[in-house]
Ligand binder design. Structure first.
Ligand SMILES: Nc1ncnc2c1ncn2[C@@H]1O[C@H](COP(=O)(O)OP(=O)(O)OP(=O)(O)O)[C@@H](O)[C@H]1O
Ligand SMILES: [Mg+2]
Length: 360
């Protein structure tokens, strides 16, 4: 019998609305305008996945919205979902200086990314680029800080120049380097039930991109292990917009495109949430088999969605502008037939909910 995930009520009938857990082995696209309730609803679905499956979930969370995914609200305590969640291994990795903070191992990054971070060109910066290429052989210890120090102390002028470059670009000031502590990739490799990567709150704009890249690259590199994982990207436009044009941004997007195109058979399944379909690269959306559509008023966006998800009746998509908060149209493999659902309540706390207007 397929595992079913209760997520709310069917608007037409009042019946319990359920998703087919088995069909999260496809990519899912989740769309709706700001405030339509995407993040809240995504939380409802993730709670159910955690409660009813052993599919590990990795959440790239740009606004610390899921950092309380392990904390059951008192009103929900005693229920079966709450009871199941109590036993789950949920890791929340946040920027900071604690032992369990969110970290990246520089030495494990793909070489082109290391070179891009150091803004090294293979020809214009021949000597330094080459020194970076052979850095690992020369300084085999996994401690980036001590490498910088040792580069500085080295009598080799090229190594000295490399150290200056690191310092000038303030890379040694980034809080995310793992050094002797665990990197996010190493934690995810142990497959906790959920790993929340809080990408907000870094000091430098590139840091969240480096985290995303390191995690996605690591999962992709180990794809032959075929260990399933659901990769959830809220506000996916941050990581896969067609407009990203920094070398780092492009590399993250390319990796997501690769996973969208070829990850499915290796057990790398995406769940991407965003406000407008045009904010996610078309090569990614076109690989999604599941759709969740919340309120979206723009006819252009709705038309675009209808043409990408041709299997969804346009008459249902057209209802989206009338949806109230928490209403969602689900269509695709993870639901029997396209269905409009009123999402149920969260069992755990939301992280950063809306800010109220201050009153006098
Ligand atoms: N089903 C719901 N029940 C109760 N409150 C909800 C529901 N859905 C959303 N909310 C509340 O509405 C606010 C906005 O919801 P949410 O953050 O999920 O929107 P969003 O679609 O993710 O918006 P954005 O695109 O700006 O991130 C939040 O404060 C949330 O608590
Ligand atoms: Mg949101």
């Amino acid at each position: 019998m397929p595992a079913t995930l209760p997520i709310g009520t069917v608007v037409d009938s009042g019946d319990i609305a359920e998703l087919n857990a088995q069909r999260f082995n496809r990519h899912t696209f989740w769309c709706g305008q700001s405030g339509s309730g995407k993040t809240y609803a995504l939380g409802v679905v993730l709670e159910q996945i955690l409660a009813h499956t052993s599919l590990p979930v990795v959440i790239l969370d740009p606004n610390a919205d899921f950092v309380r995914l392990g904390e059951v609200r008192p009103e929900a305590a005693g229920g079966s979902t709450a009871a199941a969640l109590e036993g789950r291994d949920i890791r929340v990795l946040r920027p900071g200086d604690r032992d369990d903070s969110l970290r990246v191992r520089f030495s494990a990054l793909p070489f082109p990314i290391k070179a891009a971070l150091l803004r090294l060109d293979p020809l214009d910066d021949r000597a330094e680029y080459n020194a970076l290429l052979h850095l690992q052989e020369r300084y085999p210890i996994n401690d980036e800080r001590s490498i910088v120090e040792r580069l500085q102390e080295s009598g080799d002028p090229v190594h000295h120049a490399l150290a200056e470059r690191v310092e000038n670009l303030a890379l040694d000031d980034w809080g995310l380097w793992a050094g002797e502590r665990a990197a996010a990739t190493e934690i995810i490799d142990t497959r906790p039930d959920a790993t929340v990567l809080d990408l907000g709150g870094f000091r430098y704009a590139e840091e969240p991109l480096v985290v995303a890249l390191s995690v996605l690259d690591d999962l992709w590199t180990r794809r032959e292990q075929r260990r399933p994982v659901l990769i959830v990207i809220d506000e996916a436009h941050n990581l896969c917009s067609p407009d990203l044009d920094s070398p780092l941004g492009r590399a993250v997007r390319e990796q997501i495109i690769r996973i969208a195109a070829e990850g499915r058979k290796y057990g790398l399944w995406l769940l991407l949430s965003t406000q407008r379909p045009s904010k996610v690269h078309p090569g990614i959306i076109s690989q999604c088999d599941n759709l969740a559509l919340m309120k979206m008023s723009s006819p252009i966006d709705l038309h675009e969605l209808a043409s990408i998800f041709g299997f969804v009746p346009e008459s249902l998509i057209e209802q989206s502008p009338l949806f109230t908060q928490g209403m969602a149209l689900f269509a695709g493999g993870f639901i029997g037939a396209p269905t409009i659902v009123q999402m149920g309540d969260r069992v755990t706390f939301e992280g950063g909910s809306d800010v109220g207007v201050p009153l006098r």
